[in-house]
Design a protein around this ligand. Sequence first.
Ligand code: BGC
Length: 730
Amino acid sequence: MINWKIRKDGFDYNKIAELGNRFLIGNGYMGVRGTLEEFEKEQLVAVNLAGIYDQVGDSWREPLNAPNGFFGYLEIDGKPYRLPEEEPKSHSVELDYRHGIFKRETVFKTGRGEVTLVCERFVSMEQIHVGAMRFTIRANFHADINLITGIDSDVWDINGPHYKKVSMDEESMLNITATSEEKEYQVSVVADEKTDFPCEKKLYQERMKSLRIVSFITDIDREYCVEKFFAVYTSKDTKDCYKAAKEAVSRALNQGYEAMLSEQKESWEKLWEDAEVLIDGDDRSMEALNYSEYHLMSIAPRHAESMSIAARGLSGQTYKGAVFWDTEMFMLDFFLMTNPAVAKTLMRYRIDTLDGAKKKAKEYGYQGAFYAWESQEGGFDACSDYNVTDVFTKRPMRTFFRDKQVHISAAVVYGICRYVDFTKDDSILIEGGAETIIECGKFYYDLLQQKVGSEKYEIHDVIGPDEYHERVNNNGYTNRMAKFTFQAAVELIKKAKSEPERFLKNMDQAEMEQLEKAFQDAYEKIYIPMPNEQRIIPQFDGYFDLEDTTVEEVRSRLLSPKEYWGGAYGVASHTQIIKQADVVTWLSLFPQDVTENTLLANWKYYEPRTEHGSSLSACMYAMLACRCNMPEKAFPLFLKSASADLQGGGKEWAGLVYIGGTHPAAAGGAYMVALRGFAGLRFENHQVTVKPNLPAHWKGMKFRVCYENEKYEIEISQEQVSVQKIRSLS
Ligand code: BGC
């Protein structure tokens, strides 16, 4: 049985950042951190908006946090009762992750008695601009209550403040319209509440807040409910965002909290129909996995045609709210298997940012498309040349993620191909996907180098997934992904030649022939590092010459726990210790490249040399462990991935830069391991098959997947395995 609720009893100020992530609610349009209603920016409150960015001065551009429409607190007998200032008699927070509903319950003790405050809230899946909340107040004496409810525009920013102008209208509804610094986006938040008992209401404004006091005196032990709704619209959504927000709140008031709550539950139930994964024999794993899926569904851009997901989801501005290879390589499978329409939206974002990628390639003197390492609106690369701050000197360190992590373009190609392969919907190629593949092919072609007298093409001066070793030659993963890109481009050109009226219509015949020949040649001759006598593939040229030591030893050399392990002087740079799966990522994507023994030998070699300093690492090791028939070795790595946000405790700092937040790539990785690794799900020749390789204590699994426009239900038990087509999608 799944316990669909997570709960934390008691109040601990030091846990505020962690719980903000763990209890996050979201609907793809906005994410609201699991902070308390009375909290302000110091406690990292955020209503983080998807796909809208702004820059202040020379600081990093980052997504906007909207004014907080869930703001509110209690005054009892004239005195404010707010955490953390007031110690509660009891306190708990709870998240119903089946339905995206957050609840807090706090009992305050006053000189006259006890007052219980319960706030339940959610952001609507159906009406994505709207947040709904119900305060329930009960006292065991005649308490003089002021419920202060409002909108707080003094929002948490990492590189802000982003709002240069904040205005509030003298209206009956609470409202704030804020204008952003750089792009002058308008963000309007309107809120209003509904009461069904006698009370006095007064509107007022205070320090960037639009507030209302709802005053009443309680009967003993009677429950008083106040329903509150807010709506957020930005000028990216509509011209008159203030009007749209007012209308949305009016509709919500009419609908009422209970009706909206039922609607919320229904929407989530519908999503779970295709996403829930049942595991017989291991409730802990089942809960962690479904909780991971909750996060992915909370941040999926179901409302957009073309949008992607930030590396930290909608949990705030960390990592600049930017899109990394995380989407294609770690999250995409989940959406392909549960909601292919979202997968298409994710891939359209890459197609729509092709211009940005071409611009970036040009900037570095390359042909084709070099995608942004940290992609924002229009494919703008938010990654700076100095992306880490040195802990000791406090100076920015020159990093090379932006210029050298060239494997990003191949991730885009991989994502597009996987989408087409999985759905057989090639319209995405016609809509620009084909051009994207060709442009990425051109980019890698331009990167190729040939040593005098050598037949082979090499790629020099790159950073692979393991970011601790910068500017290396022939990173196996990168070269293999470039090879994949050449292959995809050749296949595409062949397809275009046979269906010229559909694909690459604007490319003339001569160019097509020339590119096909070039890409085919590159595909055949690109150098792919080979295993040595011990069957180990060097991660890059010269890797084996580096000091062979242990993660513990390298860790013991740190002078500060926040020190960056990579870069020129990093403790790992001159050793074989790596940040995350690199060769292992390659082998888990393309296991057919080498023999079974080589797969195993590399897993065994690299695993102890991996810090797993990125939440993307464990799942790739788990995938390969499953491939090598070692589900027991895969299991703890799977659980680590699936629990990344449930347990917290991940890395919060890279040098002096805060990188905390949720970890959707780990969530997606856990899903891949469970379904493709343990269940052994394969999609080949228009067929879904399973070859289970479950951890010993798992007795069975049950889940649904989408494939080629059909939906399948898969059941694995100790006795039998069944794959049933249950319905066509369309
Ligand atoms: C990892 C990258 C990843 C990024 C965002 C970094 O720490 O090394 O591979 O894309 O985080 O999740």
